[in-house]
Design a protein around this ligand. Structure first.
Ligand SMILES: [Zn+2]
Length: 145
């Protein structure tokens, strides 16, 4: 299960997670789908899942910070910030992953388009008539395999 994440509160409150999460110093390694491995300078790699669901951010992390505190941990913040940087400041290295590729957090609707068989239950939980966000880009590495 994934939690709804409130990144704005982290940013506005200058929380410890937010301060630790400078994406320039984070090592981000995409694995599959919405899963990334994220390492901050003073820590280990953690398995982070993050996705966008029609503008809302949901995700989890396997670190203790996420388990014991409210709100997104530093790894989730770093991933969120790297995604933002890649979109808005394409030349900024903070927006790139370990392979030098722009960090792209997939949107839930990407998955549905890529895997129509996932809706074999009739898609009753799919919200219809929702406009695709203007910033939604499909990248072959997310949808092609
Ligand atoms: Zn974490």
């Amino acid at each position: 299960m994934t939690d709804l994440l409130d990144f704005l509160t982290e940013r506005d409150d200058h929380t410890r997670s937010w301060k630790r999460s400078d994406p320039l110093h984070a090592v981000i390694r995409p694995t599959a789908g919405d899963t990334f491995e994220v390492k901050l300078p003073d820590g280990e790699f953690h398995q982070v899942r993050l996705q966008r669901d029609h503008g809302a951010w949901t995700g989890t992390c396997d670190c203790k910070g996420f388990e014991y505190n409210d709100g997104p941990c530093a790894h989730l913040c770093a991933l969120r910030r790297a995604h933002w940087t890649a979109e808005h400041l394409p030349s900024d290295p903070a927006g790139r992953d370990i392979y030098g590729t722009h960090v792209h957090v997939p949107a839930v609707e990407d998955d549905q388009h890529a895997q129509p068989e996932a809706r074999a239950d009739g898609g009753h939980d799919v919200v219809e008539h929702v406009e695709r966000p203007a910033d939604l880009r499909t990248e072959p590495r997310w949808t092609g395999r």
